[in-house]
Design a protein around this ligand. Sequence first.
Ligand SMILES: [Zn+2]
Length: 421
Amino acid sequence: MSGRAAHTRSSRRGLRRRHVAVLALVVLMLLAAERPKGLADVAAVRTWSYPDYTRVVVELTEPVELVGDDLTRLAANRKAKRPDRLYIDIADVWVGRDYLEGIPIEDGLLQDVRLGQYTLHNSRLVIDLQRYGHHRLFTLESPHRLVIDVFGERGPGRDRPTRTVRTPRTQNGRLPVAARPVRTVVIDPGHGGKDPGAIGQGGLREKDVNLKLARLLKRRLEARSFKVVMTRDDDRFLDLEERTAIAESSKGDVFVSIHANASRRRSTRGIEIYYLDENHERHSIELAARENGIQPRQVDGLQRTLAKLRVSEASVHSRRLAEIVHHDVITGLDSVYKGSPDLGVKRGPFYVLFMSSMPSILVETGFLTNRRDATLLRSERYLDTFAAQIAAGLGHYRNSVTPPATLRASAESDLPAVGAR
Ligand SMILES: [Zn+2]
């Protein structure tokens, strides 16, 4: 009895397997032949490896609809040679077979990312893990993006930078801000490409002024033997991830974003410098929204989620950096160009919120909507004086943070220079 029943069951199982195989074949044929109407497309899949996490961004042509509200974690199955894995289904998205092969990452945290057509209407995003601590999931608009950050202790990865410095490290493997000598400055000329930023008197475009000043600043900083990394060095559009990724992967020690202001009141003019801080005022949020091309409400939401994780250590240094640069800029410009109004040092969340690891300031060089300021910002000589004063400020900041311990360590011949990478 048992034998027969078993036989029946097993032949049924065999039949079902065949059915599944046939069904899979049908789905594949459907994939090749027919695509339901009204589905969004996957515009791009990008990944970035930051010091303490890896970011996966799926860009879609329509707003993201998730099936369920978080990723599901599936434990590894060694027999089936299946690694630990995270997955989530995205509704009404057509991916076809474009990402079935997967995008290899192998950065010691993620192995690869795949995206497949799970049903005719839903796509499934699968992240194969090498290590895992925790993750976060959120969406961004313009363009529509699904963002997954996976945090964890990195294992050995393909491109993992080797570090030999024997000094205390923060969790992300870098020296704490306070103990890090200032060598590399990341200059971020705001806006660019399709995003002109503010438009001022006589059609003066913010993106052009920012780039011009940034290039002058680069030259001035290199003359002071700083290493300089530019987030852009031509007229190109960078989205938030790109800007952040360039800055983070450059392993900069300070971040200087260059912008010019605009106001509906044409009489408003002056210079203001913002530093990254977790507390902020309403005005700062609006500025952050404008500078990032997103809604104040979105900044607020992200602010709440991310600020806690990030800025507390760097914000003390950001403030000091802002104050030193502010002093040099205002006094230096005042001695040459009388009466440049000083709007002071302010705290504000800007997109460097998305960064974790370096003191950051944002310099608003003047109001393009004001005639006097616009005339100044058109002048190469004025911009160069401005750049020279920012560079002087960074020099003073560098001197003020180089800790004695670092100098001692550098002097010991058996140790590589602290901060060497
Ligand atoms: Zn701007």
